[in-house]
Design a protein around this ligand. Structure first.
Ligand code: ZN
Length: 760
């Protein structure tokens, strides 16, 4: 009997973008990474795209794209970020879907509810939008309609499943604990045919059908709960062979399906991706008569013969329906079992109040649209970048709108987007209202309320805060939901002054403060600021600025005055802007929120570092040539501290420099290694340089008409060899990935591939 295996990975990060700037600002707990998306991509999502298989000597024999062999869903909020920030990994995920379609006829990728919203708690309209926007995003990325959709936390009820089915979704995945009763399919629906399911005890080797009141139906796969739990919590990923045996032992006939969080591989368990790659390799080789598949393929070949009724509403991570996302049900995470989650109810109440007001305002302004419901539903295509703005406006805005009214129509759509982002399930998932997740959620709500007010709707901030006051933080110093809102959310709000101040500080950090009458622009994803200084008086600059928001025309000019900071006085720097009515507003650097100050600091350090390395490059090249090997009874370089202070730059020069004698090279490497400066930050400088340089070599040597390709490969290989004398295990990860994709087509390429760790 054939035994089929489908390993599903759920890849998800909540929306983390600042709602004004459209970019993710530094998240402290993810340091040294910039934010959690970057950190988990590095630890999990990227390693899965490039999982190494090695021989007994540690040489790489193969790099497996695990996404080609597992079922996966990755939400729009994560994929959008990944597309902008780690394109090679993103491309591997998209390619994997195409490869799996070619192999099996159906793709590995599944869609996911757009903002990871608990749909049973959402209004009918919001259910529709979350699913429609997810489909639009999926189509733009994978070039096809999704067949399956992952429900946030597997939260389901009849209305949710009806909407999935209505929008053409064929299947979803749930936990067996959500099943209430099963029966054979067929017209006979008498009660006695239904077998109750207790504690998730049921045959899960085949999909089931759910017959919906509308006459539509949707298929459900139930994952193997104990095995999925074991992957997450029982260290199954420590050993690939062990993982394989566990899976093979559990598979009977039909389909065995295991659901895992993408973060399990690498982030929770280091090298978890290698255990997965090993396991996939076993199945690919046909061991134990097991064969890999994905859900859509299996469903086509094995349509359900049984039907199921669910506990409603239900979700995989709450034993009390969907209470975890609105009350103190006892289900929690975050490591403080003595805390309570009474705050969940007022948080949801405040957000619901906001969403109701936003919806009422959209309805009141419906005359701006030909059909406001249709415009909202199709707005997902604007978010996905698959339809031009002008075409969208022509299709959905009432003909003949004034520029002001057109702007308002766009703002109303953006308001809905921010309002929906506030409902990402993570806001309630953990144990405390002052955590980053609820704070982010309230920030999206604040932005929605701001647009509501700015477009002629009611002013509801104080009502919102009043509801939040009913929420108590578990930390005495944080007070109530209201104080969390006032202390952590309100300071994030952007004003003209704060935006122009940040633009100035960015120009300052990048050492490109403009001269009088020369324009300079600073860009964030959601807005562009144009700065035009017109006057310098005693070191103080003044001029005008324009802010342009995405989808909107240029704003009117704002007059500003600014004194660029002198050494050590940045905390005193302030901008003064003059309003149209002549009113003046001054904003100090210290009044910017912490994450935005950090972004400025980060940029300043980055620029300073690059400039320092660039400036020292020539001197460092001469310095390594001047380096004299030790003579007898010598143990250090004379005035060695001068050399050590420049160790990373010397190391880079050393890797580049082909003309040193063997003795000189050995001694210099020894000296730099002994300095202890090639660990930590120094190591990073070397790794970054090495990666950048080698990627450039690969690029130019593998061009079809490359001149001296073999000599270039040779030089690249010798740089790697020199790098190895400085760092025993240089990080060649990105270089290996690029080389694997390029292929080993010439003798020179094979020689280089060997140097970076491949067995060719
Ligand atoms: Zn619960």
């Amino acid at each position: 009997m054939s035994r089929q295996l489908c390993i599903h990975g759920h890849f998800y990060q909540p929306p983390r973008e600042d709602p004004w700037m459209g970019e993710i600002f530094p998240e402290d707990s993810a340091a040294p990474s910039l934010n959690w998306n970057q950190r988990i991509t590095r630890e999990s999502y990227a390693p899965l795209a490039w999982a190494r298989r090695t021989d007994s000597g540690g040489c790489i024999t193969d790099i497996l794209n695990c996404y080609e062999w597992i079922s996966f869903n990755a939400g729009p909020t994560l994929l959008g970020w990944m597309e902008r920030n780690d394109y090679p990994t993103y491309q591997r995920m998209v390619d994997a879907d195409r490869v799996s379609i070619a192999r099996w006829g159906h793709g590995n990728a599944m869609a996911q509810v757009y903002h990871h919203t608990i749909l049973p708690l959402a209004s009918a309209q919001d259910k529709k939008l979350e699913i429609a926007w997810a489909r639009a995003d999926f189509r733009a990325r994978f070039g096809r309609e999704p067949e399956g959709m992952w429900l946030a936390e597997c939260a389901a009820d009849t209305a949710t499943l009806e909407e999935l089915a209505r929008q053409g979704i064929l299947f979803t995945i749930l936990s067996p604990h959500q099943a209430a009763a099963v029966a054979e399919s067929g017209p006979d629906d008498r009660q006695e045919h239904w077998q109750p399911v207790r504690g998730g005890e049921m045959d899960i080797s085949e999909p089931y059908n759910i017959e919906l009141p509308s006459g539509r139906s949707i298929a459900v796969f139930f994952y193997n709960g104990p095995l999925s739990q074991a992957v997450a919590f029982e260290r199954l990923l420590q050993d690939g062979e062990n993982f394989w045996l566990k899976l093979s032992g559990a598979a009977n006939g039909g389909l065995l399906t295991v659901c895992t969080d993408g973060e399990t591989y690498g982030h929770h368990f280091t090298f978890g991706e290698m255990a997965l790659a090993y396991t996939l390799g076993q199945a690919i080789s046909g061991r134990d008569n097991m064969r890999l598949t994905n859900y859509a393929t299996y469903l086509t070949q094995n349509p359900p013969t049984r039907k199921v009724r669910l506990h409603e509403p239900s979700a995989w991570s709450c034993a009390h329906g969907v209470e975890r996302w609105r009350s103190n049900c006892g289900c929690t995470d975050g490591g403080h079992p003595q805390w309570n989650q009474e705050w969940r109810t007022p948080l949801r109440e405040a957000l619901n109040m906001m969403k109701k007001a936003v919806d009422a305002h959209t309805t009141a302004e419906a005359a701006l649209f030909k059909d406001s419901a249709a415009a909202l539903e199709k707005y997902g295509e604007i978010l996905a970048g698959s339809v031009p703005r002008e075409a969208f406006a022509a299709d959905h805005f009432t003909p003949g709108l004034t520029p002001e009214a057109t702007k308002k129509a766009w703002q109303l759509l953006a308001m809905q987007e921010q309002a929906l982002a506030a409902f990402a399930s993570c806001a309630w998932f953990f144990d405390e209202i002052s955590r980053i997740e609820p704070v982010n959620s309230m920030t999206y709500a604040l932005r929605a309320l701001e647009i509501l007010k700015g477009t002629g709707g009611p002013t509801l901030e104080s009502d919102f805060a009043a509801i939040l006051e009913k929420a108590r933080s578990n930390k005495t110093e944080e007070g109530t939901g209201r104080t969390v809102f006032e202390n952590h959310v309100l300071p994030r709000r952007e004003t003209k002054a704060s935006i122009i101040l940040q633009a100035m500080l960015r120009l300052w950090a990048e050492k490109r403060l403009p001269c009088p009458n020369i324009k300079n622009t600073v860009q964030w994803r959601n807005l562009t600021v144009t700065i035009l200084p017109t006057d310098v008086v005693g070191g103080s600059l003044s001029g005008e600025a324009r802010i342009r928001w995405a989808n909107e025309p240029d704003g009117s000019p704002v007059e500003w005055e600014w004194m660029p900071p002198k050494a050590g006085t940045i905390h005193e720097t302030a901008i003064t802007i003059t309003g149209k009515d002549g009113s003046r507003q001054t904003l100090r650097y210290t009044e910017l929120p912490r994450n935005k100050r950090q972004a400025i600091a980060m940029r300043a350090m980055e620029v300073a570092n690059t400039q320092r390395l660039d400036a020292f490059e020539e001197d460092a090249a001469n310095a390594v040539a001047l380096f004299e090997p030790w003579v007898e009874a010598q143990h250090d370089q004379p005035m060695g501290h001068h050399w050590k202070a420049n160790a990373p730059a010397l190391a880079v020069a050393y890797m580049k420099h082909p003309g040193l004698s063997d003795n000189q090279r050995r001694q210099l490497a020894q000296f730099l290694t002994d300095s202890g400066l090639l660990i930590g930050g120094g190591r990073e400088v070397i790794t970054n340089w090495l990666t950048m340089r080698l990627l450039r070599f690969i690029e130019s040597a593998s061009e079809p008409d490359a001149k001296d390709a073999d000599r270039q490969w040779e030089r690249a290989a010798s740089i790697v060899e020199r790098a190895r004398t400085l760092l025993p295990h240089p990080d060649l990860w990105a270089v290996q990935n690029r080389m694997w994709e390029t292929g080993f087509r010439s003798a020179g390429a094979r020689r280089f591939a060997t140097a970076i760790g491949f067995r060719v």
